[in-house]
Ligand binder design. Structure first.
Ligand SMILES: [Mn+2]
Length: 403
């Protein structure tokens, strides 16, 4: 069986003011083409489907169209909730999705971990209960059966088990563990993972989850997620399909655990080369296929207006972030830069000031400088005495702190 692993679509994500749904549609189309060319049976999206818990309607529409496209030719699609997704909203269309062989994994049924300690009187029904998927699936080349913690995909004689652990936030886990379980977060994550993987057998076993794993003990959080050790991973997994880190990364060799990375470049400081992972369960291989869709994000330096425009022209098919150090740009120049099709962001790193504004302000008090600033931005209206007092108080606080 062949499985395509991707993650972190972040549908609806903006780059400054630029909405990127067109690029997102293009890269999902490319995923479908790769799936056709490689004869893929299952597509796994390991979390952060959307960029926001309440995504714009357009992003939701792209998601529904996309998963239908990806599920063409009888492929199964598994979409897991990441830390950016609202696990309930993402699965609202689950009754329809199930009919198409699309598995929306938003909530884990933690009740099996300690049902008696539940604080929520109405635990969600198991969202993986696909036991009798509709006739539709029977006609397909694969069959999906569900149980607590995951699914089994069957194709002829071949079976692949996929355990599904949507992003296990501290909040989501603590709801189920309550006081009886005063154990560390990483221990609880491990328990939840082990429970989900209980059905692993002699067939090919995959764990799909959304976590920040690191080999570095002193690692900080990333994107709001605390770093977890790779020891939370189950030994019995043949492959762990991870989401959260946006670059392709092998985090563990045994079990083999990889981040596929995001299909588009979403930040100036993340890798420009994007790929998906393809798992061949019979050959037991994991390989990368390069993605070509989407624009590149380019940071470039300039120190005068002409150079800014030249840089924008040179990188005209990219998103460009100008790192500017030079004499202050005029309003007209700034407007011209901003109007360029490649322009995305302007960061003034250092400005050579040829005016005397700093010198002219040197003898003024903080209160006077604030008043000048306020009037300049509020049609020459003076700030109230209260506001001025609050500003002065705040400035004193800052000065005391930095002392
Ligand atoms: Mn994430």
């Amino acid at each position: 069986m062949k499985i395509l692993h991707t993650a972190d679509l972040h549908l609806g994500k903006k780059l400054n003011k630029a909405m990127r749904l067109d690029e997102q549609c293009a890269v999902i189309k490319e995923l479908g083409e790769i799936a056709d060319a490689e004869d893929i049976d299952v597509i796994i999206i390991a979390g952060d489907i959307f960029d926001a818990s309440v995504p714009p309607a357009e992003a939701e529409r792209v998601f529904y169209r996309s998963i239908l496209t990806l599920a063409e030719h009888g492929r199964a699609v598994v979409a897991l909730a990441g830390n950016h997704d609202d696990e309930k909203r993402m699965c609202a269309a689950k009754p329809l999705a199930d009919l198409q062989g699309i598995v929306l994994a938003g909530e884990m049924d933690y009740s099996a971990l300690g049902a008696e300690t539940l604080s929520d009187p109405t635990p969600p029904p198991s969202l993986y209960a696909l036991a009798d998927a509709a006739d539709y699936l029977q006609k397909q080349r694969i069959k999906i059966t569900g149980r607590y913690g995951g699914i089994t995909v069957t194709k002829g004689e071949e079976k692949t088990n996929i355990a599904l652990v949507p992003y296990p936030s501290e909040g989501r886990l603590s709801r189920w563990f309550e006081q009886d379980y005063k154990i560390a977060y990483d221990e609880r994550v491990k328990l939840a993972i082990d429970k989900a993987c209980e059905f692993f057998d002699d067939n090919y076993n995959i764990l799909c989850t959304h976590l920040f794993l690191t080999k570095n003990e002193n690692s900080d959080a990333l994107g709001g997620l605390v770093a977890l050790p790779v020891t939370v991973l189950p030994e019995k997994a043949d492959y762990v399909a991870l989401g959260h880190v946006h670059k392709h990364l092998r985090i563990s060799k045994s079990p083999l655990a990889e981040y596929s990375g995001s299909p588009l470049q979403y930040a100036y400081d993340e890798g420009r080369n994007k790929s998906v992972n393809i798992i061949d369960t019979a050959k037991r291989t994991v390989t990368q296929t390069v993605l070509r869709s989407g624009k590149k994000l380019t940071e470039t330096e300039a120190d005068n207006f002409e150079e800014c425009m030249a840089r924008l022209d040179f990188f005209k098919t990219d998103y460009v972030r100008l790192l500017y150090s030079g004499e202050p740009l005029t309003k007209t120049e700034t407007a011209q830069i901003r109007a360029h099709e490649a322009f995305n962001d302007l960061a003034v790193t250092a400005t050579i000031r040829n005016d005397k504004s700093i010198e002219r302000r040197a003898h003024l008090s903080d209160e006077e400088i604030f008043e000048l600033y306020y009037k300049a931005h509020n049609k020459d209206v003076s700030p109230s005495a209260e506001l001025k007092a609050a500003f002065v108080e705040l400035m004193e606080e800052i000065k005391n702190e930095t002392r």
